[in-house]
Design a protein around this ligand. Sequence first.
Ligand SMILES: [Zn+2]
Length: 305
Amino acid sequence: MIIGCHVGMSSPEYLLGSCKEATSYNANTFMFYTGAPQNSIRTDLKYLKIEEARQYLKEHNIDIENVVVHAPYLINLANCEDVEKLNLSMNLLDTEVKRTLAIGTKYLVLHPGCSLKADKNVAIKQVSNCLNTIIDNNPGIVILIETMAGKGSEIGINFNEIKTIIDGVNNKDAIGVCLDTCHINDAGYDLTKIDDLLDEFDNIIGLNKLKVCHINDSKNERGAHKDRHENIGYGTIGFDNLCSFIYNKRLEGKIFILETPWVQCVRKDVYQYVAYPPYKFEIEMIRNRKFNENLEKDIDELYNK
Ligand SMILES: [Zn+2]
């Protein structure tokens, strides 16, 4: 099973630090942002310790091709109203694509964006056109359109919309999908019926286009259009349904990435809450297919010293 989680990337070890963080959770892949997701400030590639990170991955038998980059949130290729903002989005995405390729991986997860006041079909067409430009300029990249929960004017909130984006992209090898279990639950898909869900995905988009799955439970009921991630087995989707998804034969070989929230523990010395990562224990519960009802306690014992 290829399973990992979102990890940080920061000074002083940057990408090498991300790799170490991932292996500390017993992950065999990971996902990261090449800089803060909410701004466009980026540390120069020469400081990221890319060579050291590649060496580390090799020593730990992790295939760098399975490592995933997430594009910053502020990119909105569906903005049809503000040319200046669209150009900023294009420039930022182009930078991210180049950084992804320089690091030596190929999968870049992208939120398809928000149509704002524009007609949805027009916005979707514009996203495909923008992607064509980016892809033509950057051979080797594979952009994965993420399934969205349906907040506000988001596009990509059902398989048909994502299929329409893909249809508009000329180079089909350079485009794929990242399916987020929390987002599709919140968008209205039923995760108690995994086979029907995968049939629908396969009929509309094709499961060969699915490269990465974000595995998250949801704080909200199906169809809530909210997008608030919950720890594995602690939300409305539930542990058994998430496992039925992960362990489905048709998803064998896909890359699974957790983006669940850090867990708050009380620091006795300072009498305040401090958050710690749940991933080591969540990956363990998924690998063992056994729910851990003591997640908070285990995290507290491991990290809160
Ligand atoms: Zn995302």
